[in-house]
Design a binder for this molecule. Structure first.
Ligand code: FNR
Length: 181
């Protein structure tokens, strides 16, 4: 079982990015154990390291304990959502104690729009690689979400999308296994 910390870059209850993460969890249940650190953190403030917020400590611990991280994030105004960027920034500090170097990761995003977070992911890709994250490049998920794509039970209603997500998970498992060697 690959332990994966899944960072969902949206806090809202009906988040389509959370639904995408949950659908992937269901499709990959035989190979992956997903856990979802809470990203409802204060905005990054260097002063808070004097007495770090419990959520920040928990986030760093979850990333460090995981075999890999999966980022699933929306696009806001053609850039990454503040929730995901804030989490990335918190975990990159304190100076010299970043949780990121060498961590295998995948990146995915969902949007009602036609290009499915492609612009935000392009920006995230450069941020993540600068942090030393081993980001999988061979497969990407830019998902356009139409009404009814996700069922009440968390499954994907479209067979083609389910096959596409399963293929991504196969490649992600391979990426994690190669990093463990
Ligand atoms: C958006 N949305 C959006 N979508 C997109 O594809 N490209 C974009 O640049 C933007 N910009 C944007 C800005 C802001 C401030 C908001 C609130 C929304 C729409 C966005 O994809 C949609 O609200 C998703 O449902 C957000 O993801 P979650 O919260 O459902 O996971």
């Amino acid at each position: 079982m690959h332990q994966v910390a899944v960072l969902v870059g949206s806090l809202r209850r009906d988040s389509i990015n959370r639904k995408l993460a949950k659908a992937m969890e269901k499709l990959g249940a035989d190979r992956f154990a997903f856990q979802y650190p809470d990203l409802d953190l204060p905005l990054y403030n260097e002063d808070l390291w004097a007495d770090p917020p419990a959520g920040v400590t928990a986030l760093k611990a979850a990333i460090e304990a995981a075999d890999a991280v999966l980022f699933v994030a929306p696009e806001y105004n053609r850039g990454p959502s503040p929730v995901i960027k804030n989490a990335i920034d918190w975990a990159s500090r304190p100076w010299g104690k970043s949780s990121w170097p060498g961590k295998p990761a995948g990146l995915a995003g969902a949007s009602p729009g036609a290009i499915g977070t492609a612009v935000a992911q392009s920006q995230l890709r450069s941020i993540l690689t600068v942090l030393g994250i081993e980001l999988m490049a061979e497969a990407q998920i830019y998902l356009t979400v139409k009404e009814g794509l996700f069922a009440e039970d968390g499954s994907v209603t479209d067979a083609g999308t389910a096959a596409f997500l399963s293929d991504y998970l196969d490649r992600f498992a391979g990426w994690i296994e190669r990093s463990k060697r």
